[in-house]
Design a protein around this ligand. Structure first.
Ligand code: KG4
Ligand code: ZN
Length: 355
């Protein structure tokens, strides 16, 4: 099975050709990502209008390059999988429109893929992780803990009630004038910490619920910055370190709660925890959860960095997983800016599209 994946939901224009070979292994034949980072840097975040225009400018070339690198002809494809939500409307429309055009000319089926499902299943492209597993999904737009029961079957245990984790990193970086995207810069600044005598809150820690909140933490960071102006490089590094330590304490606390839920339900199943999404590239977060895994006896998985951030291979792969699971789609794919993975999940006040 050979699938062309197309991803345009945020600030990466991406196309990939992914194959499920005869021994049911995944082969990524190409995975072309055109990043728009330089176009958004001056604004400290993604500007939807600029993103949509850039997707239009590059999408055809990116698809052609992905097909060339994979040495693949459109007629060799079994289907086309496109991100149809959630995400920025302008970008989604570009991807879905070109995918529909390719589908109608080639007469190949079109699969509308949930971007979050792409992140949720990515690990299975590169490692043998069976269902069910626990997923910590941390991106620029979402922060959730879910039970992944099967393809298309998700139970959300917790979500953010305000900012997403990647968004919080980006905003902290913006307050410190460090550039965009903030995650990698804040992580690297934090490694240069020295002694400091301030402490940021650990929002919602030790509360029964498994939801997250990062906006109070962001405000605490801003206050500390205001107190320290003009801010030295050393103070900036310490603020980044304390911010990240707060994040890690919260993530570990919520994960422990989720682990109890998982073990209550799946008494005889070994626990696997998968960290996915752009923030999963953070080495300090991974090593802290790895430490927890030794203490609590579970296995932790994370995909290689280039598959953690937005890319079309994960969208093609989700298409392959859905086809294999017999989840049939119609060609009538529409754009959904809000599209929760857990459709039965309770509404969470404040979460909005982040649920
Ligand atoms: O999944 P992703 O590529 O796009 C969305 O679907 O949102 O995630 C992008 C987010 C950005 O907010 C970026 O700052 C964050 O992932 N990120 C990181 C790191 N690398 C990327 N956050 C923390 N540490 C990192 N090393
Ligand atoms: Zn993403």
């Amino acid at each position: 099975m050979i699938v062309l994946g197309i991803e345009t939901s945020c600030d990466e224009t991406s196309a990939a050709v992914v194959k499920l070979n005869s021994i049911k292994r995944c082969e990524i034949l190409s995975n072309v990502v055109h990043s728009q980072i330089s176009e958004h840097t001056d604004y400290g975040g993604v500007v939807p209008e600029i993103a949509a225009r850039s997707h239009i400018q590059y999408i055809d070339k990116v698809i052609q390059r992905a097909m060339n690198e994979a040495d693949c002809d459109f007629n060799n494809l079994d289907s086309i999988a496109v991100t149809s939500g959630p995400g920025l409307k302008g970008g989604l429309l570009v991807g879905v429109t070109i995918a529909k055009a390719i589908s109608s000319v080639t007469k190949k089926p079109l699969l509308g893929i949930n971007h979050l499902e792409g992140h949720a299943l990515t690990i299975r492209m590169v490692q043998k992780v069976e269902f069910p597993y626990l997923l910590l999904l941390v991106t620029g737009g979402h922060t959730q803990i879910l039970i992944v029961r099967n393809v298309g079957e998700y139970t959300r245990l917790g979500t953010t009630i305000d900012d997403a984790l990647g968004e919080a990193y980006d905003k902290v970086a913006k307050s410190l004038n460090l550039g965009y995207p903030g995650g990698p810069i804040v992580e690297s600044m934090a490694t240069n910490k020295t002694d400091y005598n301030f402490k940021f809150p650990r929002p919602l820690i030790n509360s029964q619920e498994l939801n997250f909140s990062f906006s109070g933490l962001k405000t605490a960071v801003r206050r500390e910055i205001e107190k320290s102006i003009p801010i030295s490089k050393e103070t900036a590094c310490n603020i980044c370190a304390e911010f990240q330590d707060s994040i890690i304490d919260v993530l570990k606390d919520k994960l422990e709660g989720a682990i109890s839920c998982f073990r209550d339900e799946f008494k005889n199943i070994d626990l696997n925890v998968v960290i996915a999404g752009g923030v999963a590239a953070n080495k300090k977060i991974f090593s802290s959860i790895k430490e927890l895994s030794e203490e609590k006896e579970f296995k932790v998985f994370v995909a290689p960095k280039e598959l953690c951030s937005d890319n079309a291979a994960m969208i093609a792969w989700a298409g392959i997983e859905r086809s294999n699971a017999g989840i049939l789609e119609t060609n009538d794919v529409s754009v959904r800016t809000r599209w929760p993975l857990d459709l039965e999940g309770q509404k969470v006040r404040g979460a909005g599209i982040k649920a």
